[in-house]
Ligand binder design. Structure first.
Ligand code: ATP
Ligand code: MG
Length: 424
């Protein structure tokens, strides 16, 4: 099957460098087209985030034809070509050999456009665009499925998900992002292979999850993960209690469309204890930063439920954390469960906006040097005295250095009194 159909939409200026690559390849006697996701997005009237080129020119030839190239996946026939300050993926038409581990083909052979279309995952991702002739070249029925708005695996869905288990998550990501239902046989195959998700490298799962859950359509993605039976296989030994799922279904849609991935993870894992979060983070290969933010958000999620409850110092310490805005977001999400939630949000805003930015984490009035000068040796007590003084400073009970030093004298005297109490 091959179908060529006219492409009648304007190409955005962002397509120019990729089109220039196609033109250079065809001028050199090769076949070249725009491929995959960009064709899908252009046909939908959406903005592609990159433009990939597919060609019959072998990788060595691509490297000869362009001055700036980087070989990223020579074994897969992929070369990066720099054009107008951006790197573009230029891939030689290929067909994938057998997959033996559910991840990667054991071999790839350079091939023709039709086979290159057939090795792709979903029909809507399998189209080519010839920018010179302004034709969509479709070997997989992608245009019809795009018009019908469905996600359908190319070829035999059962085999395609058995070959590469990451496609299980990709199906969900595209279905959620485009708001397309998954075609019944494709859906049945996803359900059948769902448990194979456990065998996908955690880094690849993390990347897909980040993409689907950072997107505004995250709620659709979360629901689809459930419908497809993938949710229980995202992370080892993580099952979802019905009450937890209810809460997530209530909270997730309340997040701002642009909410960060870590904020979403904190919503998902809000009921989990620190040990379990640490275990998931390790198994799922989160970055230290991701783990730190999620753990902090979950630990402090309820701190602002009553905006008047934290002391000024506690509030400032929360505000000084890089994820404070995400905490405010989570607080807003939690407040929405309460009848007086809007009033609580307003009270929190009033309290935080009354704090001048330079008062959130001011330089300490008393430092370790002052303690050393008084003959105190570093240790738990040393730290304790500094913490007490800084807390009083954040609380604005100490506002000048002289007062703070006087307070230090008192603290040290109190300490001497207590320690001599204990003396025989
Ligand atoms: P996005 O806009 O999110 O980047 P995309 O369709 O461009 O979507 P990519 O992950 O960039 O997705 O992959 C580019 C193309 O490569 C896809 O459109 C698809 O044709 C093909 N592809 C990517 N991953 C796979 C896979 N695991 N199996 C088969 N084909 C794939
Ligand atoms: Mg892409």
């Amino acid at each position: 099957m091959t179908a060529e159909s006219p492409f009648e939409l304007p190409l955005p200026p962002a397509a120019n460098p990729a089109v220039a690559i196609v033109t250079a390849l065809t001028a050199a006697g090769h076949e070249a087209v725009l491929a995959g996701g960009c064709v899908r997005d252009l046909l939908l009237g959406q903005v592609p985030h990159d433009y990939d080129v597919a060609t019959d020119a072998p990788p060595e030839r691509i490297c000869e034809l362009f001055p700036k190239t980087r070989k990223v996946g020579m074994q897969f026939g992929v070369v990066l070509v720099k054009k107008q300050r951006r790197w573009h993926e230029v891939a030689t038409y290929r067909s994938d050999g057998p997959y033996d581990d559910g991840r990667r083909p054991t071999s790839v052979t350079l091939s023709d456009a039709r086979h290159d279309a057939l090795r792709r995952d979903f029909t809507v991702n399998g189209m080519f665009l010839d920018p010179a002739r302004r034709l969509v070249i479709d070997y997989v029925g992608g245009r019809a499925d795009l018009d019908a708005r469905i996600i359908r695996a190319i070829g035999n869905p059962d085999e395609r998900f058995a070959e590469d288990h990451l496609r299980l998550l990709r199906a969900v990501r595209f279905a959620a992002r485009l708001a397309f239902p998954i075609e019944p046989q494709t859906l049945a195959a996803i359900r059948k292979h769902a448990a194979a998700l456990r065998r996908v490298a955690p880094e690849r799962v993390l990347d897909e999850l980040e993409r689907m859950l950072s997107a505004p359509q995250r709620m659709a993605a979360w629901n689809l993960l459930g419908d497809c039976g993938l949710r229980d296989h995202l992370w080892p030994d993580v099952a979802w209690a019905p009450t937890e799922v209810d809460r997530i279904e209530r909270h997730l849609p309340r997040l701002a469309p642009a909410a960060e991935f870590t904020t979403v993870l904190a919503v998902l894992l809000a009921e989990r204890d620190p040990g379990e979060i640490a275990r998931i983070a390790r198994a799922a290969k989160w970055s230290n930063e991701q783990q730190g933010v999620v753990a902090w958000l979950v630990a402090h999620q309820a701190d602002l439920d009553d905006p008047q409850a934290p002391t000024l110092a506690d509030l400032k310490r929360l505000m000084a954390h890089p994820a404070f805005l995400a905490l405010v977001e989570l607080t807003r999400v939690r407040h929405a469960d309460l009848a007086d939630g809007t009033a609580r949000d307003a009270a929190l805003r009033t309290r935080t906006s009354a704090i001048a930015p330079d008062q959130v984490a001011p330089p300490p009035l008393v430092t370790g040097n002052d303690l050393l000068e008084r003959g105190l040796a570093p240790g738990p007590l040393f730290k304790n005295v500094l913490d007490t003084l800084y807390t009083e400073q954040l609380d604005e009970r100490l506002t000048a250095r002289t007062a703070a030093l006087t307070r230090l004298t008192t603290l040290l005297a109190e300490r001497d009194a207590t320690s001599s109490d204990g003396d025989p």
